[in-house]
Design a protein around this ligand. Sequence first.
Ligand code: HMG
Ligand code: MG
Length: 306
Amino acid sequence: MNYPSRVKIVDVGPRDGLQNEKQPVPTEVKLGLIHRLQDAGLKEIEVTSFVSPKWVPQMADNAQVMHGIQRKAGVRYSVLTPNMKGFEAAVAAPREEWPDEIVVFGAASEAFSQKNINCSIAESIERFAPVVEAAREKGIYVRGAMSCTVGCPYEGEIAPSRVDMLAGLMKGIGVQHVGVADTIGVGTPIKVQRALEATLKHFGIDDVSGHYHDTYGQAIANTLASLEMGVWQYDTSSAGLGGCPYAKGATGNVATEDVVYLLQGMGIETGIDLDKLIDAGAYISEALGRKPASRAATAILNKRAG
Ligand code: HMG
Ligand code: MG
């Protein structure tokens, strides 16, 4: 099998991981996680989102997070921006606090689009178009997240043709890279490969990433199936935290620790120090008063404890 020799991991823990937490997580704790992740060798971190605080109160401190990051050279910081209001807020700060990358997020399911961003898929594309244009004018890279590419909490199974359509629309407005998301973690390898194939009709292999939630314990298998297709970029979440507030019952992304353990074992380069990564996951888990959801982290922490 011709696996990629190198993989880029985007830790989305500070955003996807924390957005669903009911209790407010102090900004200092979010920064503590971000700083530990960059020290562990993460080269891209999704740090917050500029969404409505009425919809996602946990992300209301977005500007404070951006202000508080002690940036490390070579690390990229991305944020979610669903509309012009969010984009304008993200670039209202001095330039050194701007994100390197913004994420517009749409869905392959109409019902999820309505629940998550309160508009249809077609309306979402209309809203994203000026955001993409404004970001690219400012030299900010644009990623598109595509939710519910295999299943939807409201519509059930999603056909690859829906993903094909959404990827085409994203490409049409100038999105530079897309993430194929299994929002509720129902996907299994062949279905995920079909969603990736539909996406690859519109984007090259270097412009596609996998974003797999682990609700049904399939995310590592789905990652391996994606590696087999040559996909080399993945969103993962420290300690397996998270879930989307508009996808009830869905658990977090695949744990960064589990993916790094997998890749290390396969001899695939990530640039990440697994021990430091485990410390980052242990830090945020302790701050939230729970154990890491990562199997690899649990095993290594048990081994450390002797
Ligand atoms: P809306 O209510 O239709 O928006 O929400 P609106 O334009 O009618 O504005 C309503 C109010 O929100 C107004 O305030 C606006 O100013 C304000 P009011 O006059 O009532 O005081 N507002 C904003 N405030 C701050 N920042 C903004 C913003 N926009 C409007 N950007 C909207 C539409 C998109 C804003 C809303 O639905 C929303 O914020 N949704 C976000 C939901 C979300 O964050 N979901 C989780 C992230 S996506 C995800 O997790 C999936 C992903 O991980 C991939 C996967 O796994 O599938 C990416
Ligand atoms: Mg997600």
